[in-house]
Design a protein around this ligand. Structure first.
Ligand SMILES: [Zn+2]
Length: 159
């Protein structure tokens, strides 16, 4: 594992039977502003389901360890990747795909929607998708301004 020690709080997700998790909820105003965005997934009440996602990779310091832990427990996840990291560490991106996980776009430069024009935000997202090739998108920090989500959806992206 190249000297990277596992992080105990992540290990506990897989090894304990009782899990206490603080799940950050987006402000209700976001859900009202963007009603067509995927905020929650409904599953049958009897079916206990956890959707794992990892953002900002792939990076050599963490991604190989995450893949190893997921493989150990035969768990699949979705990796929202930063395009520049995919460019730098393409071998890790390929490893994610070869391991059967899903990938999503997290912009090329991890841009905050609030701090960038819709044109720049869309262009950066398209640049990332030239490498990531996914219809899934998660905005960095969860921040976007109108009309960024509308433009992304029009371009075929699922938010
Ligand atoms: Zn991020």
């Amino acid at each position: 594992m190249g000297g990277i020690s596992p992080q105990p709080h992540l290990i506990s997700i897989f090894t304990t039977t009782t899990i206490f998790m603080l799940i950050e909820q987006p402000p209700i105003i976001y859900r009202l502003l963007y009603p067509k965005t995927l905020w929650r997934v409904k599953v049958p009440p009897a079916k206990k389901t956890v959707y794992l996602t990892f953002d900002d990779g792939p990076i050599p310091e963490i991604t190989p360890w995450v893949l190893e832990v997921l493989d150990t427990y035969d768990v699949k996840a979705t990796f929202f990747c930063v395009g520049d990291n995919v460019r730098k560490y393409g071998y890790l991106f390929e490893e994610i795909l070869e391991s059967g996980h899903s990938v999503g776009n997290h912009t090329f430069h991890h841009l905050q929607g609030w701090l960038n024009t819709p044109k720049k935000f869309l262009s950066d997202t398209r640049e990332a998708n030239s490498l990531i090739r996914s219809g899934l998108f998660r905005p960095p920090h969860g921040h976007m301004i109108i009309p960024q989500p509308l433009l992304l959806r029009k371009a075929g992206t699922r938010l």
